[in-house]
Design a protein around this ligand. Structure first.
Ligand code: ARG
Length: 466
């Protein structure tokens, strides 16, 4: 007696069970299923089915009646799913077969005709593209909201003086607005990367079928247009097998989260007692269960931490793709969880940042005091001497000696007397104090990309226009 279940029993896989003589092992059934996670693409899957059905009707493979019945049935299935009244079945393996099987339950034979001239291989390649295309839209919108917040902070703090660092050592004074606009620029390139990725992925694999195309006279231009794709993909083998678009998306996400991790690091340092440059709003921090005084910068810390999983997801996809022969292999089912996790994580991090950044407050005095330490205007003194005709290398030497005196006497350059300064060069005159101040230093960097408050305002205005 055969182990095969009756065809009426929907718990066995009626979609491909024909050539099998025993039932799938219960564990293997669960092990190979993807419905637990790919069900989130149900809207895209149904949209793909609508387009495919309309195309089959256009080329007279599907009757008008069948098309009407299928479209009504798909509407019903979509409503069942979106209202939470859909019975997802692991035995039906994935989102594609769950929807098709339910459609067939609802409308009968017409439902069985829907899969003519297509395969789950081109179906899934289509669904992921449609899904990612939309998620990229959400991500870009959220980055833009964050950028808007950055512009507001930068505008408010365009003239706020703080130390600029290299090697985390005080280097030259900058404005806080300038620093925030550096973050803005990083985000701008992230938007452009995601836009690129979206454009490149927006091609329709539908019609590639399992791998070689189909013997029906399908109209791939029609389905591409119907689904808002730019055009059909050019090669059927490539269409169903490559996941480079998902890898590209994850690498864009890795670069984005790397930027956000760097920002997080700065927010964490700045809000420590040792720096004390900024205050994060209480609603974005948490306390300690043992140390009553603590206010921890959890949100930036978590964002920095989540960089690990985003980078990990990218490596997962690269590794899963590596060494796969053409065309589709089941390995590719493993693309979804890292991909979905990347989408969710990035959207969460962006949301937290977009809410938090406009709400940070600056401690102006502390920033100013820190900028005064560490001889941050030493370069300005060297530039001053160059303007008085000393070669830069000699000027560097002179200022180095002045700094050494400052170190031994515990004074900033601006606190040395004219007489003391003139010991190092008689080219130094009383106007030197204009350049030794922090204000004079930042104001003098008055060119495209410089830290002068006027330039920062220009950069903000340009950004707002764009
Ligand atoms: N669930 C599968 C995936 O995510 C759909 C394609 C399955 N195709 C196949 N021939 N087994 O990739």
């Amino acid at each position: 007696m055969s182990n095969k279940k009756e065809s009426a029993d929907t718990s066995t896989n009626s979609a491909w069970g024909g050539r099998f003589s025993e039932q799938t092992d219960a564990f293997v059934e669960a092990f190979t299923a993807s419905v637990q996670f790919d069900q989130r693409m149900y809207r895209q899957d149904i949209a793909g089915s609508r387009a495919h059905a309309k195309m089959l009707n256009k080329i007279a493979v599907l009757s008008d009646d069948d098309l009407t019945i299928i479209l009504e049935g798909l509407d019903k299935v979509e409503k069942e799913i979106s209202s939470g009244n859909f019975n997802w079945s692991v035995a039906r393996e994935d989102v594609h077969m769950n929807i098709e099987a339910r459609l067939t339950e609802l409308v009968g034979d017409a439902g069985k005709r829907l899969h003519t001239g297509r395969s789950r291989n081109d179906q899934v390649a289509t669904d992921i593209r449609l899904y990612l295309r939309e998620q990229i839209e959400f991500i870009i919108n959220e980055i833009k909201r964050l950028q808007q917040g950055m512009l507001d902070v930068a505008e408010r703090e365009a003239a706020t003086i703080m130390p600029g660092f290299t090697h985390l050592q005080v280097a030259q004074p900058v404005t806080f607005g300038h620093h925030i606009m550096a973050w803005y620029e990083m985000m701008k390139r992230d938007v452009s990367r995601f836009t690129d990725c979206q454009t490149r992925m927006n091609m329709s694999p539908l019609g590639a079928a399992a791998l070689a195309g189909t013997s029906y006279p399908i109209d791939r231009e029609f389905t591409a247009k119907e689904l808002g794709f730019t055009a059909p993909t050019q090669n059927s083998l490539d269409s169903v097998s490559d996941r480079d678009f998902a890898i590209e998306f994850c690498s864009d996400a890795a670069i984005l989260i790397t930027h956000m991790s760097r920002m997080s690091e700065e927010l964490i340092i700045w809000s420590s007692a040792q720096f004390d440059f900024i205050e994060l709003p209480d609603r974005f921090c948490t306390g300690s269960s043992i140390m009553p005084q603590k206010k921890n910068p959890d949100v930036p810390e978590l964002v920095r931490g989540k960089t690990g999983r985003i980078n990990g997801n990218l490596i997962s996809l690269l590794t899963l793709m590596k060494a796969q022969p053409l065309a589709y292999n089941k390995d590719n089912q493993e693309d979804k969880e890292p991909l979905f996790d990347t989408v969710d994580t990035v959207l969460g991090c962006l949301r937290a940042f977009a809410d938090m950044i406009p709400a940070i407050t600056c401690k102006h005095e502390n920033m100013y005091k820190a900028a005064k330490q560490g001889f941050s205007t030493a370069t300005d003194l060297a530039d001053y001497l160059v303007r008085k005709d000393l070669p830069f290398r000699d000027a560097h030497e002179v200022v180095g000696k002045a700094v050494a005196m400052g170190v031994s006497t515990g004074k900033d350059l601006s606190e040395l007397t004219l007489e003391e300064l003139r010991r190092f060069s008689d080219k130094i005159e009383s106007d030197v104090f204009d350049v030794l101040t922090l204000e004079g230093s930042v104001e003098s960097r008055d060119h495209i990309g410089g830290t002068a408050p006027e330039q920062v305002k220009l950069a903000i205005a340009l950004a707002r226009k764009q």
